[in-house]
Design a protein around this ligand. Structure first.
Ligand code: ZN
Length: 144
């Protein structure tokens, strides 16, 4: 009886090693995906925390609860931390601030090109005949 345990244990050990080798990449992939999600969530929570902290600091400074020197120091610390969190979020593709940049860029270039409604100031495409915001006829548009 004791003699047959040797090969059985060896086979069992081999099986376990094989199972571990097969499972490891699968588990690893799942673990890293979850880590990215939870890391982003953690960063977003951190960001909300920092924003809340900054608001509290502002309030404390306004109500005289905080020394101006302390306020300046704490605020600078929070802002540095906040910038770091935003940078990490950006690296994870978290908040996509570049899309906002592109929108602002488009609005600014439309304004620079003078493509804005004289009635309401909304920007519009070069070939628009009517303002997309207020519907007024646009002088720049080609006549019908
Ligand atoms: Zn308009």
């Amino acid at each position: 009886m004791t003699l047959s345990f040797g090969p059985l244990l060896a086979a069992l050990a081999l099986l376990l090693v094989c199972a571990a080798l097969i499972a490891q990449p699968l588990m690893g992939a799942r673990r890293s995906a979850r880590r990215t999600v939870s890391e982003r969530e953690a960063l977003q929570l951190r960001r909300a925390d920092i924003v809340r902290g900054l608001r509290e600091l502002d309030l404390d400074a306004r109500t005289g609860k905080l020394d101006p020197a302390d306020y300046a120091r704490l605020r600078a610390e929070r802002q540095t931390e906040g910038a770091e969190v935003l940078r990490k979020l950006d690296a994870l593709g978290g908040l996509a601030p570049r899309d906002v940049d592109a929108e602002i860029e488009a609005a600014v270039s439309a304004l620079r090109a003078g493509r804005h409604c004289p009635a309401c100031g909304a920007s519009h495409a070069a070939n628009d005949r009517f303002c997309p915001a207020c519907g007024k006829p646009l002088a720049g548009g080609k006549p019908a």
